[in-house]
Design a binder for this molecule. Structure first.
Ligand code: PHE
Length: 353
């Protein structure tokens, strides 16, 4: 029995030395020293020995068990500190590493466009002004050569205010275009005029290229001896500055009641270079035959000058009015195919810019 004990103890010591992790050490302890272990079973057999033998073998057994337990504790300590060391290797934090920057916000695309447009016109002597966004029929229509029952008004799908009309100025409206600023600017009685009026406008419309509340920028220049050539020069300056140095504008005959002659302004397409065709000969899908529509323009009608108290014999000028969102959507690098996203507060969209 004594030999058996010695042999078991030796095996256990050898096995213990080979253990490399705390989990195996734990199962070792249960298996080899626990109640159901072989070692324990042997000890139970002590009772069958003579008192003399029981004493010596018992003492030796306790000694062996004590040694193994001590070795086990030492192993446990060794493995625990190794585990802590390994954790320190993999889980360390370098507090000096620069953090991840949160994404920075930016101005709304419409605000960006307003700032860009203002700066471009300021360079050629235009001053940004604001005029009412809720205004009288007189400024939005009547003074612009559009009498009360004129069908031309239908184009401006107007919201009328539920407010008492003014005897002279008519009903109150949410301005459907920034042209209400023309006569208001003339009423300041400071000539010549170089105005850029950027404001909110409202129309009863909604689809991929229209929202009920949008923005327009309206240029008005009144001076002596102003011709269409000046208008074309200003428009080309804008096209080059806003869209790129190789872009030009084209004037197409059109009709507005408040300008004569009137034009629709197009800009050469930045994708096909104004040819309407892509490199392989395929049709450009962005434009119509090489041109994109920007908006209206024309030479200020004499009746509008008169409504603003200006003598059309001495003074003349031009005006143009375009959508801010539409113009921004056509800038290269922006390319928005549904204008409504601008007012949906969808951060996935806004983050693209
Ligand atoms: N006000 C016109 C519109 O909203 C555009 C325009 C402005 C046309 C100035 C000519 C001159 O469609």
């Amino acid at each position: 029995m004594r030999e058996k004990l010695e042999q078991l103890a030796e095996e256990m010591t050898g096995e213990l030395a080979g253990i490399k992790d705390l989990g195996s050490l734990e199962s070792f302890e249960v298996e080899k020293l626990g109640r159901k272990s072989e070692f324990n079973a042997l000890l139970k057999g002590l009772g069958a020995l003579s008192p003399e033998e029981r004493k010596t073998v018992g003492m030796r057994a306790n000694e062996l068990k004590g040694k193994i337990q001590a070795a086990l504790e030492a192993k446990k300590a060794e493995l625990s500190s190794a585990a802590a060391g390994a954790l320190a290797e993999t889980e360390w934090i370098d507090v000096t590493v620069p953090g991840i920057r949160p994404p920075r916000g930016h101005l709304h695309l419409t605000s960006q466009a307003i700032a860009e447009i203002t700066a471009i016109f300021r360079r050629i002597g235009f001053t940004r002004v604001r005029h009412p966004e809720v205004d009288w029929d007189w400024y939005a229509f009547e003074s612009l050569n559009m009498p009360g029952d004129h069908p031309a008004r239908d184009e401006w799908e107007t919201f009328f205010m539920d407010a008492p009309p003014d005897a002279k100025l008519g009903k109150m409206v949410l301005t459907p275009h920034t042209s209400n600023g023309q006569v208001r600017e003339m009423e300041k009685k400071v000539l010549p005029i170089r105005m850029i009026n950027i404001s909110k406008c409202y129309r009863r419309q909604i689809d991929v290229s229209h929202v009920p509340m949008f923005h327009q920028f309206e240029g008005l220049l009144i001076d002596r001896k102003v011709s269409v050539t000046h208008l074309k020069g200003v428009l080309d300056h804008f096209a080059r500055s806003f869209f790129g140095p190789d872009r030009v504008t084209r004037l197409r005959p059109f009709h507005f009641r408040f300008t004569e002659p009137s034009f629709e302004v197009d800009i050469s397409c930045g994708i096909c270079g104004g040819t309407g065709r892509l490199e392989g000969g395929a049709k450009c899908r962005l434009c119509k035959e090489g041109w994109l529509e920007l908006g209206g323009a024309g030479m200020v009608h004499p009746n509008v000058l008169k409504a603003g108290g200006i003598d059309p014999e001495e003074w003349g000028g031009f005006a143009f009015g375009w959508g801010v969102e539409r113009t921004k959507a056509m800038q290269s690098g922006v390319r928005i195919d549904d204008i409504r996203v601008l007012y949906k507060s969808d951060f996935r969209f806004l983050r693209q810019f």
